[in-house]
Design a protein around this ligand. Structure first.
Ligand code: ADP
Length: 170
């Protein structure tokens, strides 16, 4: 089975879901955009676990396209799934890495037993991936991935992004 896809306009840190996906960077030590918002609202417990992951499994950072879970701290969720999207490149096709982020996040969600998972538009902020292409890859990948997750909720921060995702979801 693949997950049902839903769409909301809003702030991912305000979602009540089992797991929310963080558009992290490979340091796992926080950043701007979604990452900054998750750590701000989720509180220090998330960073503490991220530091422990750096000290154990991911001494060189979380590789692009992979995903790992921590507590969600004070957020209205049980877990944060951190994944590292690819930086957009005009000269190199990195779309397999954006596919991999979505697949790996769903795999981790399945391992956790999460049934509802919120995704931001990974790589479309600081990493500059063109929104329409990112939406196509995100929606196609979720549709093509077998998972026990029942709902994948794409959470778009602004109206233009919401419209682009809505067009892709159909
Ligand atoms: P990346 O580094 O993967 O590009 P960003 O966090 O910079 O990640 O941006 C990813 C997308 O998330 C952008 O489209 C940005 O507008 C959006 N965004 C930023 N903050 C939030 C938030 N609190 N909730 C949902 N989406 C957000």
């Amino acid at each position: 089975m693949s997950a049902a896809i839903t769409l909301v306009r809003g702030d991912i840190t305000r979602q009540r879901v089992d797991a929310l996906v963080n558009a992290a960077n490979s340091s796992l030590l926080g950043g701007g955009g979604v990452d900054g918002a998750i750590h701000r609202r989720g509180g220090p417990a998330i960073l503490t676990e991220c530091r422990a992951l750096r000290a154990s499994r991911y001494g060189r950072g979380l590789p692009t396209g992979e995903a790992v879970a921590t507590t969600a701290g004070a957020l209205d969720a049980r877990w944060v799934i951190h994944t590292v999207g690819p930086v957009w490149s005009a000269g190199e096709d990195r779309s397999h890495l954006l596919v991999s982020c979505h697949r790996a996040s769903l795999r981790v969600a399945d391992e956790l037993g999460a049934r509802t998972v919120a995704f931001p538009a990974i790589s479309t902020g600081v990493y500059r991936w063109p929104l329409d292409d990112a939406a196509r890859i995100a929606v196609e990948t979720v549709r093509d991935t077998a998972t026990a997750v029942e709902e994948v909720r794409f959470v778009l921060f602004d109206q233009p992004a919401h419209e682009v995702f809505a067009a892709r979801i159909g």
